[in-house]
Write a protein of this length. Sequence first.
Length: 315
Amino acid sequence: MKNQPIVFRFLWVGAIALAAICIPIVSIRLFLALAAGVLFALQFRKLSPLIIVFLVIAALIIGIGNVIPRFLPLPVWGFGSDLFRNFAYENSYRYNPEVKSSDYSKLIKADTTVNGAPVVIVRVPGVKISFDKDSDKISFPSLLKARTSGSQLTFEAGNFPQDSAAEIVIGSKTPLDRLSLDVSFSEISADEGVFTVKRLEIRTNYLSFDGALVCDDINVTTNALDWRGSFEAKEARMQSNAASIFVTVRGMENLVLTAQVVYGEIKYLDRWEGSRKARITGTFGSVTFMKPKDSTGKLELQNSSQMVSLQIQEY
């Protein structure tokens, strides 16, 4: 019993190292490797020889994470492992236990169009979404099944390959009230112009978002999150096993981010009065919040873990 706490600490180190092998985002993988090495070194009094061990652990984890998928029949999705899908995704509409190898590297291009709709729902294996500011149509591969019901347009897999991603281009001229994704793999690119939607709902194994977003409400559940760019939203709720988020925000009154590992920087571009809130729940990580010096408002940070570092910097 005396050694039990030490055993548990080493189990934590092993768990973090295993997560670093499987996490799809390189920056988070490196952070986990460093965390595993530091926690390992802290278990001993003489740290000097363990610095070498720490560096070896970091190098091995990163190397093994890149080499294992080439030689072992691990089921993969996107850029990571199905270990995470089985852990947190089995209740999803898109969960398919028969799919053992789906890297979604094959993109099936859009070859047909349909009129846009206020509500768009996507239920396919993988999707890459972009936007066309000069169109009011939605382009998609003809292998998908498109079904219209009132103001709602639903895309379903039909005969679509389980190991591929569908290209969907949404015309921005049709106002979008709600975009809902229930997919295994998703990439959203809003590099050209601003993507505007009232409500964004995403449930996926892997989400990569890059670009500008204007939204009233964001709700994301994923295993791996890589979010970059900017967004304007009153409220955002994000839940992920691993999250890398480097964004600028406006009007963000309430942010809730839950992740086992979280790493990022959130920069507030606007000024406000009163109070805004950000609640971070996680096991390990570091998040920096940037706030304008001349803003009279208060930013309240809620941190449920001593292992997640939260700090506010003014600029």
